[in-house]
Design a protein around this ligand. Sequence first.
Ligand code: NAP
Length: 276
Amino acid sequence: MESTIINGRAVADEVLASCATKISQGDVVPGLAVIIVGDNPASQVYVRNKVRACEKAGLHSEKYALSVDVSEVELLGKVAQLNADPAIHGILVQLPLPAHINEDKVLTAIAAHKDVDGFHPENIGRLVAGLPGLRPCTPAGCMVLLERAGVSLSGSRAVVIGRSNIVGKPMALMLINAGATVTVCNSKTPSLAATVQQADIVIAAVGRPRLITAEMIKSGATVIDVGINREDGGLVGDVDFESVRTVAGAITPVPGGVGPMTIAMLVSNTLQAAIA
Ligand code: NAP
């Protein structure tokens, strides 16, 4: 069986185009502030791509590059200033932060209605309760890809591999809210292969290159690969794409799958925050 390749770049372009249309027709120019601390090369690339996507969609964006030794108090001061700025509707603090800064404290300091990454405890609580709110961008992007691929979630069996606060856990909650029967795996899960084999929908968010192989996949399953692993100067996912594509019904590539959706959902969240 040759699977359908889910083109995340194309879907992300559609989401961005739809945001751009709404922004050009609206009265408010949504404003996003991105704070980056230090010079982590991967973070620099992510932030550059986010700012570029904002500009493309017609958002106002501001970038604050702070030195790696900025104090927690100074960073919290910047967040407080942006919380009070009426031209800014979304605030994103690029992770990871240096070890001397308490990430949870900083993320919780962002006003919940400007938390376009969806990591604030209030927004996570709203997700748990199934209430509207700003949703974490990567799992929200996976949900859009599943919807566009025509995958029916209610009554399906989904397996999420990874339980991080930014991907695995919110992903599982979104699938639960959509009516899927969800299993969440971690590094200690016994019989990972047998568990994944049960799934109609597999979400891999691990950070281990090609961990998920064809033998683990039920024929016809939908496989969403969140993993981004740097290897030999290129990017590979958590799924062994070449073998799994011969078994899966549909699969996302890396790059060109979930990655572009994360950025598109950030723009969508900023628009949502601006018009709320
Ligand atoms: P993370 O915080 O390191 O979490 C990884 C999770 O995978 C943990 O829950 C860990 O289990 C689990 N795990 C590790 N080895 C495993 C194994 N052998 N079997 C089963 N589970 C295992 O990572 P993350 O932030 O969620 O990111 C996951 C991946 O997605 C990374 O490659 C990251 O770069 C990528 N990512 C991509 C995007 C995007 O836009 N495409 C966005 C965010 C992240 P324990 O909890 O037991 O340690």
